[in-house]
Design a protein around this ligand. Structure first.
Ligand SMILES: *[C@@H]1O[C@H](CO)[C@@H](O)[C@H](O)[C@H]1NC(C)=O
Length: 407
């Protein structure tokens, strides 16, 4: 089938509609609508994905609360498209990451490229506040209100609205893959919302819900000194590690308490297969900004041991939720019929094995599990061995669920 990039004529579209009906032609129609497409400019497609020989198109998704998110579409791998799109897959990055996180190693090592080369129709999410997203319909990024959200909004708005967008274009159930914060967003959204009906199967890398057994020395120290509350009191609502101020904070956190020569390990746990000689390249893309309120919400979970909504304090909670305490996300509401696959690591200082087991006990279903003793938090997306260790298993799982006869 032709596509609008190939200058599809309106005649073709009319014929398409006539012979195949609206659903099959929908993607072409949507792709041709300028409001859904974004000028390429300096997007992730132009910077990182297309130069490596993959087709890549930028889309913009507007959330119900007005944020403009970038979503990249890689419809197939290197080489010609044989005319059929494979099953859609949606990749959701973690905290301080952006959609680039799936593409930062070689094409043979990076999950985003591997899925495309396996024939999946790949869609890449980018949450509000990341470098690739496009701001807000009315709020400037300089405004405090722009940063007034935590992962709760990322689950309820960003994830749901991006997945619904992909669903509306592909007209097909979607495979979901999340890493870290991407898994909190998914687990929270799957307990509450219709989004489950749009998901074929979900894979969670470094799954996070409960956080009270976190062992990250860096994070525990930051929790101990109430860094989140301190920043909020100082009126700092955006967390951007590229600012001078953040560099100072990191220094003060490290001063005498942590071995910050090994900063990454002190945050994420020891990663078995991190390519140190690539770190300058990684730093061209990561880390991405997030909100201080998001950090505050995560620290609340560490302090309280709950998987719940943001705690506004008693009066705020009464106003917002009509309860003294914020409601929990009830994992037992995730339908048993949703196929789940999870990979977690013995050296992961953020998704601790005890917390993963706590979450598993509350799920009605028995997810397929892959445990890797030597894996730290970042290994699941950055390990130079992840293809053999993790991704082949994951792809086998997806293929066993949704590879319909047409593919
Ligand atoms: C590690 O990174 C370097 C620099 O980008 C690269 O040349 C090398 O192939 C990478 N090693 C592996 C095992 O991916």
């Amino acid at each position: 089938m032709g596509r609008c990039e190939d200058r599809v004529t309106s005649l073709f579209l009319h014929l398409c509609l006539l012979f195949f009906g609206r659903c099959l032609c929908k993607e072409q129609i949507n792709l041709c609508r300028p409001s859904h497409r974004t000028d390429d400019g300096d997007g992730l497609c132009a910077r990182l994905i297309r130069p490596l020989g993959y087709p890549c198109f930028e889309h913009t998704v507007q959330t119900k609360d007005g944020y403009l998110l970038a979503v990249q579409h890689i419809p197939h791998g290197r080489g010609a498209n044989r005319g059929n799109y494979g099953p859609p897959i949606f990749l959701q990055h973690g905290l301080f990451e952006g959609g680039d996180a799936w593409f930062l190693n070689s094409v043979e090592e990076s999950l985003g490229f591997i899925f495309a080369d396996h024939g999946f129709d790949v869609w890449v999410g980018n949450v509000r506040g990341t470098h690739w997203s496009h701001g807000h319909v009315s709020l400037s990024e300089k405004k405090r209100e722009f940063w007034d959200w935590s992962w709760q909004e990322l689950a309820q708005y960003d994830l749901v609205d991006m997945v619904a967008y992909v669903y509306s274009i592909t007209n097909s159930k979607i495979f979901f893959v999340g890493h870290s914060q991407g898994t909190i967003m998914a687990l929270a959204a799957f307990t509450q919302l219709d989004i489950v009906n749009m998901i074929e199967a979900a894979a969670l890398l470094s799954p996070i819900s409960y956080l009270d057994h976190i062992t990250s020395r860096f994070v525990l120290r930051a929790v101990g000194m109430s860094l989140d509350k301190m920043l909020l009191r100082m009126g700092i609502h955006q967390l951007n590690f590229r600012s001078d101020f953040s560099v100072e904070i990191m220094d003060s956190l490290c001063d005498g308490h942590l071995d910050c020569n090994n900063l990454l390990s002190s945050i994420t746990g020891d990663n078995c297969c991190f390519n140190m000689s690539r770190i300058e390249f990684y730093l061209e893309y990561e880390p991405h900004p997030s909100s201080t309120k998001n950090l505050n919400h995560l620290f609340q979970m560490i302090r309280k041991g709950t998987f719940g909504m943001y705690d506004y304090g008693i009066w705020g909670n009464l106003k917002k939720y009509r309860h003294l305490h914020p409601p929990s996300f009830d994992l037992s509401k995730i339908p048993k019929s949703l196929p789940l696959w999870m990979a977690y690591g013995g050296n992961d200082a953020l998704a601790d094995v005890t917390d993963v087991k706590h979450m598993l006990m509350e799920l009605p279903s028995k997810p397929e599990l892959l445990y890797l003793d030597s894996y730290g938090h970042i290994d699941f997306i950055m390990s130079t061995n992840a293809r053999a260790d993790v991704y082949e298993n994951l792809i086998r799982f997806f293929k066993s669920w949704g590879w319909r006869s047409s593919f």
